[in-house]
Design a protein around this ligand. Structure first.
Ligand SMILES: O=C(O)/C=C\C(=O)CC(=O)CC(=O)O
Length: 218
């Protein structure tokens, strides 16, 4: 794992990490060029636990973004930084209530769903229980997301423009499918996910289009 070069934007990413995927979507939507530095969550017990990566992110999680001479961690704070420094293609609405609605949906996913079903938690829960555990927490969280979308959604999560909430939603839907969550009770989530499936920024960020995606998974 070589150290990132000064000046270049480098995303430490894993193809199937939903947190890396959120940031890839935001970078793509804003048309910010970046290099990917793959960090495997699987290889050798996880490269994110190496001494070298712990220096980059003391939480031993992905992603991390090297940008403007700093290294930033935590996907939502990275996306906020991009929003505050790269003003093209805003990912937060100008209306304050709509902005709060976007952040609400982001938080439900980023704090209320994904951390309960990430790899390290599932390892801790154990092989026997992990699938039912992940399914339970994603279903519970999606009930809340669907309800929130009932009042906030237009074409996308908050009105008719793509926002940070959409960057968080699409990777979480992928995880829901991975854990065989029944998505039929969530028609708004399904509609938004379907609408964004072919969007070029979302396609380019998809796990199957990542340099570290194993060839037999594509
Ligand atoms: O490829 C794998 O099997 C390992 C890791 C992941 O899925 C990533 C996660 O921990 C889930 C997530 O990012 O939401």
């Amino acid at each position: 794992m070589a150290v990132a070069h000064q000046g270049k934007i480098v995303l430490y990413s894993y193809w199937r990490s939903s947190c890396s995927w959120r940031v890839r979507i935001a970078l793509n939507l804003k048309e910010i060029p970046y290099d990917i530095k793959p960090v495997s969550l699987i290889k050798a017990g996880g490269e994110h636990h190496s001494n070298e990566y712990r220096e980059i992110n003391p939480m031993e999680q992905l992603p991390a973004l090297h940008i403007d001479g700093c290294t930033l961690v935590e996907s939502l704070s990275i996306m906020q930084y991009l929003e505050e420094t790269r003003l093209q293609r805003p990912l937060l609405p100008s209306d304050v209530v709509k902005r709060a609605k976007v952040r609400e949906i982001c938080e439900v996913i980023v704090s209320g769903i994904q951390p309960l079903q990430n790899l390290s938690v599932l390892i801790h829960v154990g092989e026997e229980k992990k699938d039912a555990w992940a399914k339970h927490w994603i279903t519970r969280g999606f009930r809340a997301v669907e309800k929130l979308l009932g009042s906030s959604a237009g074409k996308y999560c908050a009105g008719d423009e793509i926002t940070l909430a959409d960057c968080c939603l699409v990777p979480q839907v992928f995880n829901a499918r991975r854990f065989h969550v029944d998505l039929r009770p969530f028609p708004i989530i399904l509609r938004i996910d379907r609408d964004l499936e072919r969007h070029p920024a979302f396609v380019a960020a998809h796990p199957s289009n990542q340099p570290d995606c194993p060839p037999d998974t594509k």
